[in-house]
Design a protein around this ligand. Structure first.
Ligand code: ADP
Length: 594
């Protein structure tokens, strides 16, 4: 696994590496130069001391002081300066040495060949570092010539054990190294703090980026430092604010568009220039019979199975212009659609495609058909009696009027036709009233039994003529109802009239009323011709008749049941029929209890 080093540690390690390398270089150079510097300093001090010694011993030498006198002075100075002092005459004989005295001093070698003495006799001053046979260790020597009026009369030499010298240098170096280590540690601590001041704002910005990517655009970066990182944080905050505003605006627009689209009755679909679906509204889902459209981004060819719509999409995209077509499609039920297409192109051709608006005109077409049928039916219904009347009138004019019997017969036929026309027109007027929109039901309480019996009284003659039996059974709870009496009269009149019309002689009509929950259920049952089961659905339609000729013959208009249905529904009830061919029919309707 690749180790992820945090930027803070990267910075710290980089600083540390730079610090360590620079301290190492600085330390090495300082240590090296401190050694040189130390030696030079000590050498300079020794030279000064040597010059002083030369000055001090010039007099005793001129005065030819004895060796022991000089040695005593040398010894006392050596003690005070804590160094080895040697006074040599111009021949190289050691006159005094702070380390040797008495016979040992006399035994000391001639020093004229010592390198520092040689240099001093040549240049006035000389120095050397070498092993001392006298004190058996490395020593640093500085010798200077003792001169009187330019003439060398001897040499003063000062010597320091090298160990001493080294110790002093080591001490100096130790102090330098310790100081450097302390400075380095301090620098490391500072670099740790410094790297934190950089990384802390960065981690805050990182945290903010995470929040922004999660969609929390109200999150804000808070950086205390007054530097570019704070500016960066402020920029981040401004960016989030700006983004938030933009997203809100976009969302608002999106909501507006989707509200408009979803509240449209027309189906809308949009495809991009490659034919991929980019939008389908809920109205179109309904038209296409799709539960919840999941195919955004898929080609229209996968979704639209109708070749006429596919051709339209294809043509709109390839010809880049809108078209209007009308199609009948099975989606899955037969639907008549008017589809209008339009080609659209975004700025610089970035987004282009086509939008399609689907108008479901099935209902409109159906209504149009109903209207056409209605006009045709009305014309036909009026034309038949009129043609008949015209025929009889012409026959009367042509001479039939002269025969009294024919005259009466023809006039009666003409009357029955005018009656039918009259009934047709009053039914049409009633229907027109019902469908006008301001059809009002004015309910008033009353007795159901009375209402039924009043209606039956109108048909008394016909009932007797056909020898029809009838019964009225009204349950106690169903007795008092609140209805629009005039309109309920029309309902009973039509249903009882039909029962009488379509029941053969000797049949029976039974009218019953009972309560079911909050409703009164009324049934008019006959033992007549019945209705074929495949026609039952349609008998409440205007002008629908099972047997047109028979109905017409019986003075029917085919509008009765459709008027009845409207009135029952206007009262808040329902109507249906149960029937068996040649056994009889039972019309049942409900009315809300008063
Ligand atoms: P019509 O004026 O022709 O009776 P309706 O609208 O009242 O028109 O009735 C529509 C059709 O329903 C009738 O033509 C008839 O075929 C059928 N119908 C209505 N009532 C009965 C019934 N009681 N028995 C059998 N058929 C009926």
């Amino acid at each position: 696994m690749k180790l992820k080093i945090k930027i803070r540690w990267k910075l710290f390690l980089t600083y540390s590496a730079i610090l360590l390398v620079s301290f190492l270089i600085a330390g090495t150079l300082t240590v090296i130069s401190s050694e040189k510097y130390g030696i030079n300093q000590i050498k300079r001090a020794m030279q000064t001391e040597a010059y002083l010694l030369a000055e001090i011993f010039s007099k005793p030498l001129i005065m030819n002081r004895s060796r022991s006198e000089i040695d005593t002075l040398v010894d006392s100075l050596g003690l005070k300066t804590d160094s080895r002092i040697t006074i040599i005459d111009k021949e190289g004989v050691v006159l005094g040495d702070s380390y040797e005295s008495g016979t040992d001093l006399l035994k000391m070698e001639n020093h004229i060949t010592r390198p520092e003495v040689k240099d001093a006799s040549k240049f006035g001053i000389g120095s050397s570092i070498r092993y001392s046979n006298t004190i058996k260790m490395d020593m640093a020597y500085v010798a200077t010539a003792i001169k009187i009026r330019g003439e060398t009369i001897g040499f003063a030499r000062i010597a320091l054990p090298l160990m001493e010298l080294n110790n002093q240098i080591r001490n100096l170096q130790r102090i330098i190294v310790l100081t450097l280590i302390a400075a380095c540690l301090l620098a490391l601590i500072l670099s740790l703090i410094f790297s934190r001041t950089i990384t802390q704002p960065l981690s805050q910005i990182m945290e903010a980026s995470k929040e922004f990517s999660k969609g929390n655009l109200s999150y804000r970066v808070k950086i205390q430092s007054k530097d570019e990182l704070r500016d960066l944080g402020d920029l981040f905050n401004d960016m989030a604010k700006e983004l938030d505003l933009k997203i809100m605006e976009l969302n608002k627009e999106k909501i507006q568009v989707s509200t408009v689209l979803s509240s449209m009755i027309e189906g809308v679909m949009a495809v991009d220039k490659a034919g991929k679906i980019i939008l389908i509204n809920s109205a179109l889902e309904k038209i296409l019979g799709i539960e919840k459209f999941q195919g955004l981004g898929r080609s229209y060819l996968e979704i639209i199975r109708n070749h006429k719509i596919s051709d339209l999409i294809n043509a709109t995209l390839s010809e880049r212009k809108g078209k209007l077509i009308e199609i009948t499609a099975l989606l899955p039920k037969e639907t008549i659609l008017k589809v209008q297409s339009a080609f659209f192109e975004g700025e610089q051709g970035s987004l282009s495609g086509a939008v399609f608006v689907f108008h479901d005109i099935t209902e409109m077409k159906k209504l149009e058909k109903v209207r056409q049928d209605f006009v045709a039916n009305v014309s036909h219904e009026l034309k038949t009696p009129l043609t008949s009347i015209k025929g009889y009138v012409e026959a009367l004019i042509d001479g039939a009027k002269d025969n009294n019997l024919t005259l009466t017969k023809f006039l009666n036929i003409i009357k029955s036709h005018t009656d039918r026309m009259n009934k047709l027109i009053s039914d049409l007027l009633e229907l027109a009233k019902i469908e006008s929109g301001d059809y009002k039901i004015v309910k008033s309480p009353g007795s159901l039994k009375n209402l039924i019996e009043a209606c039956l009284a109108v048909f008394k003659e016909e009932l007797e003529k056909k020898g029809l039996l009838y019964e009225v059974i009204v349950q106690e709870g169903a007795e008092s109802i609140s209805v629009d009496k005039n309109k309920m009269d029309i309902v009973f009149n039509n249903l009882i009239d039909n029962a009488i019309k379509y029941t053969a002689e000797g049949g029976k009509i039974s009218i019953q009323a009972k309560t079911i929950d909050h409703f009164v259920e009324i049934s008019i049952k006959d033992t007549g011709i019945g209705i074929p089961s495949n026609e039952i659905e349609r008998i409440f339609e205007r002008f629908y008749r099972v047997d047109k000729a028979r109905s017409r013959e019986l003075g029917g208009t085919g509008l009765g049941l459709s008027i009845v249905k409207h009135i029952v529904e206007a009262h808040g009830g329902k109507i249906w029929v149960e029937s068996e061919l040649n056994r009889g029919s039972k019309f049942i309707f409900t009315l809300p209890k008063s």
